[in-house]
Write a new protein. Sequence first.
Length: 160
Amino acid sequence: MTVKVGDKIAEITLKHMTADGPKNITTGELFGGKKVIVFGLPGAFTPTCSARHVPGFVDHFDAITAKGVDTIACVSVNDAFVMAAWGKAQNSDGKVLMLADGNGDFAKALGLDADFSAFGMGLRSKRYSMLVENGVVTQLNVEEPGAFEVSNAETILGQL
């Protein structure tokens, strides 16, 4: 079943890179008492994700946080090392928290997992953006396969 507006996010553990190496972060820690934009995408260093999706959130960071958003987080079915390297390449440090969903647990819990085996990528995430307030989904924008029209920074900025 796919997550929908009004749903509470399940308790899942993701990873992010710190100066001391990979560290766990639970969805409870990430979303509890906060207003968070989280966006998911098929993979680090992939064309649309690198050229348009992450850069949009980096570019609109000031406008988004001015609307009261505490955290902007990018989640992908990659490991914490890849997400950290991609974050550096995207100049996202201090703007977008790069989260690793290495086994796709978060994508599966949301019902937003996708089979990209035909492209040699295995289990991945659909492309989406959502606003989560204190653990509850208040906005959700899921793309049709191959599209990049509703999960961008501009769309969710307009929904704030």
